[in-house]
Structures are given as C-alpha cells and as structure tokens.
Design a protein around this ligand. Sequence first.
Ligand code: C5J
Length: 241
Amino acid sequence: MNPQHTFSIDAEPYAFEFTPARCALLIVDMQRDFLEPGGFGETLGNDVAPLRRTIAPNQKLLAAWRAHGLQVMHTREGHRPDLMDLPPAKRLRGRGTRLIGDLGPLGRILIRGEPGNEIIPQLAPLPSEPVIDKPGKGAFYATDLHAILQNRGIRQLVVTGVTTEVCVHTTVREANDRGYDCLVPEDCVGSYFPDLHAAGLAMIKSQGGIFGWVSHSEKILSVLNCDSGIRSADSLAKETK
Ligand code: C5J
C-alpha cells in the first residue's frame, strides 16, 4: 500500500477517495469517564455497553494506521482542575447526581489529569501521537487541532470514538466547515442511545454527504491491507487533464 496513492473506499452516500498520507485517524474521547463503569457517562444513568462495542474495531483500525506510519490523533474532553474553563451552564446541565469537577469513583469527573480523564488502556496513545485536550464537544473549539493538521498536510479525517451524536458529530461538523473530508466508520463510533446513533450517522451522509461519508472499518481495512493502489495522485492528476 503506497500511502501517496488514492484508493476508493465503499461508503455512503458514495465512494470516499482516500489518500492515506493526507488522512489522519482522529479518535474522539475514548476516555474512561465515558466508557468505564463509575465514569461520568454511567453517573448520568447511561449503560456503557454500546460504547464498549467500539473498542475492538478501533483497536484494529489504530493498529493498521500505526503499521503504515500514518497520522493518528486522539482527543479528550476535560477541564482545568480550577474549573476556570468550564462554563457554569455546562456544569449545571444534566442535573446528574455528580457534576463535572465532583469526586467520583474515577477521580474528579472530566478533570484533566484525573484517572477518568485518561484514554482507555486498550487505545492508549503512543508518545508520537498528539493528544488534544478540549474543553468543548468539538475538537476544533479552543484547541490547536486545526494548526497541527494543516502543518502536517492533512486534508481528510477518519473520525471515530464517542459519542456519535455529541462529540463525534460536533467534531465532524467543525472539520467540514474547515474544509476537511470526513469519513466515519459506523462500527467505530458509539452512543448510549441507539436511535441517536442512527440519526447522527444518517445526518452525516444525508443530502449528498452534507457533513461527510459513512462506512465500516472493515472496508477501510481492506484498502489499507491490500497492495494495489487503484490510482496514484499523479495518475489522477493526468486523468483530469
Ligand atoms: C459527551 C462526548 N457525550 N465525548 N461527550 O458529553 O460525546
């Protein structure tokens, strides 16, 4: 697989033209607070099982990205220990038994540096993989993500993680407005709510791909694990002359 070549991935609403060297794997908020019993998600009354189903496919995709030396980035949703970056409205919304910043079984909820804020060990970042700490739902808001992607020549994103309709969706929308083509593998994103998961994916690919493309990790892996580039960037350029 030549990462400079362009490959066609079966996706909805139509094929995604994938150039691995220009495409980062962006893994959103696969944190203990959302995925583990005792974390923020469960505190809000949610069942974490639908989120945990995304771990194995994310591991496979991450391994393939690493094997090819492609760009991987991770995000974490969390706040300063002094809560100075936490809008009061965000803290109070939800009215759970514990609020952001309160002490829970995994430390202070959604606070940077606490055990619950860490990425789950199954997807632990390598030292070479940037981790974007974000105070909002979208990964571009109040972070240096866009600058890092621009400096690395990234134009496409495969966006995975949790939750489909909240941080994944907000991030895809933000990326789309900044000119990135986003592909979302449906088995690598998860929600506590199956109907919102389905609606989130439907919205991304509706209206001719208004926010991006939806596919499955196996379809991406079949391209990454195959030897033949369908068309190189050069041949694509010649074709369009
Ligand atoms: C939420 C997230 N759901 N990572 N955060 O509060 O989607």
